[in-house]
Design a protein around this ligand. Structure first.
Ligand code: GLN
Length: 482
């Protein structure tokens, strides 16, 4: 049979396998061939191991034949991981030269969950070095191209995972979201990306960037697939001290409730200047549609919004400067030998890190230094509590908060690389949820005149991914009806 699976949803592929209409090996081979043929153009994958994926697929097929396989809707479905998550026996590069030669010695919590659900790992995806960036232009392995328009960025930092799903190289992938790195690329590539609440998915085996903000999140083609993959991968992990032991609801089953009994807040600070016209119009259309369906819409205010970018880049860089101290040529990856230990540290870090990572380490070290700690870091933590308080107040009046994911659609390569501040402002709508530890989803809500996708963001209460998915599903269906 000539397979053509690239447009199928994860659950449709799972159903084909469950019905015996195709084997896991056929599915794996199809997607691996597609990765092989598209990757030279898109550069979404840093590595993929055909023989490991095929061996796994064949094993899944024989388990199925012997009746010993688990019943999982994602059995046999391919998945990819951003290359800052550990996959035992495979390189973890974080798209940095400094990890050259590093091979993972254990599996991340997320890897184990995916394997338990019967998925097939097809490879490791490209990213901004150490997940620092908004465009995937900061990778030591070269930029990722947006599959919708290869002259544009895919968004960052999980650009490889988003591009891989959008290009049909895998139906599911995982990224990490510290300040928007799942939602921004999902918006730019026209797919669904979810940042779960802090503590919802295990971060064991995710290379740390900013530990109080980092969270792993899935990419999928639609909300139904997102509900399935979140259900399969969320939950407590005793190896992650920040993971929270709370039951995982059946997100898929509750989707059908849509926006029933849910109120949507419209934060006035997210609808100000600087938003591209097409983005504004697309979000306005959705709001109009909801109003005509008599969904309850309430005006809300998040007054600390104007401080979020500054606070995020102080907190994230402070934590990064400390987390990245471990890359000194002693334990991991690259080592540039020199006459003294200090010179070896210096030579290794100078040649191993790219310029954005160095900028972050310097900024982070500065805000933590004795003379400036109070003025920057301590003050940022205080404002961070005010940001949290803003959300607590807002969620007294509504259950979900709507906004654009990004003020613009995917921009051209080089457009923002000369001006770090301009690049940082791409995250203006995505950094608040991580600062407050809240879940947020981005999904497509239209295209601009050049056909580039526009992302809509919903933010929810702590640990209420269920309402988030219900809201996204409702709007997705409303848009599909036209
Ligand atoms: N763009 C943001 C940054 O560069 C967010 C990155 C992320 O979420 N990993 O820090």
């Amino acid at each position: 049979m000539e397979l053509s699976l690239e447009k199928l949803k994860a659950r449709e592929i799972g159903a084909l396998i469950a019905a015996g209409d195709c084997t896991c090996a056929e599915v794996a081979e199809f997607f691996l061939n597609r990765i092989e043929s598209l990757n030279p153009k898109i550069n979404a994958f840093i590595s993929f191991d055909r023989s490991a994926a095929m061996t796994r697929a064949e094993r899944l097929d024989s388990l199925r034949k012997s009746g010993k396989s688990k019943l999982s809707p994602l059995y046999g479905v391919p998945v990819a991981f951003k290359d800052n998550m550990q996959l035992k026996g495979q390189p973890t590069t974080c798209a940095s030269k400094i990890l050259t030669g590093h091979i993972a010695v254990y599996d991340a919590g997320i890897t184990i969950k995916c394997l338990d659900a019967g998925m097939i790992i097809v490879g490791k995806t490209n990213l901004d070095e150490f997940a620092m960036g908004s465009s995937n232009e900061n990778s030591a392995y070269g930029p990722v191209r947006n599959p919708i328009d290869p002259s544009r960025v895919p968004g960052g930092s999980s650009g490889g995972s988003a591009a891989a799903v959008a290009a049909g190289m895998t139906p599911l992938a995982f990224g990490s979201d510290t300040g928007g790195s799942v939602r921004l690329p999902a918006a730019f590539c026209g797919i669904v990306g979810l940042r779960p609440s802090y503590g919802r998915i295990s971060r064991y085996g995710l290379v740390a960037f900013a530990s109080s903000l980092d969270q792993i999140g899935p990419f999928a083609l639609d909300t139904k697939d997102m509900a399935l993959v979140l259900k399969a991968t969320a939950g407590y992990d005793r190896f992650d001290s920040t993971s929270v032991n709370q039951p995982v609801p059946d997100y898929y089953v509750s989707l059908e409730q849509g926006l029933k009994n849910l109120r949507i807040g419209i934060p006035r600070e997210y609808f100000g200047e600087g938003i591209e016209k097409a983005v504004m119009e697309a979000i306005d259309d959705v709001i109009r549609g909801l109003r005509s369906e008599r969904i309850e819409l309430v005006d809300i205010s998040l007054p600390t919004t104007k401080y979020c970018i500054a606070i995020y880049y102080i907190v994230a860089n402070a934590e990064a400067s400390s987390n990245l101290a471990r890359y000194d040529g002693v334990k991991y990856g690259l080592r540039i030998d020199a006459d003294s230990l200090i010179d070896m540290f210096c030579a290794t870090r100078t040649s191993g890190f790219g310029s954005e990572v160095k900028r972050r380490i310097m900024l982070g070290t500065y805000v933590l230094s004795a003379g400036y700690y109070d003025a920057y870091y301590r003050r940022a933590l205080k404002v961070r509590s005010l940001i949290r308080a803003d959300f607590e107040e807002a969620f007294k009046k509504c259950d979900l908060i709507i906004s654009p994911t990004s003020p613009s659609t995917a921009f051209a390569f080089g457009e923002r690389t000369d001006d770090p501040l301009k690049m940082y402002l791409s995250d203006v709508f995505t950094v608040a949820a991580p600062l407050a530890g809240l879940p947020a989803i981005s999904f497509p809500c239209g295209t601009d005149p050049s056909g580039l996708p526009i992302g809509l963001q919903l933010m929810g209460r702590y640990f209420d991914e269920e309402s988030l998915l219900r809201g996204a599903y409702h709007i997705e269906r409303m848009l599909a009806r036209g």
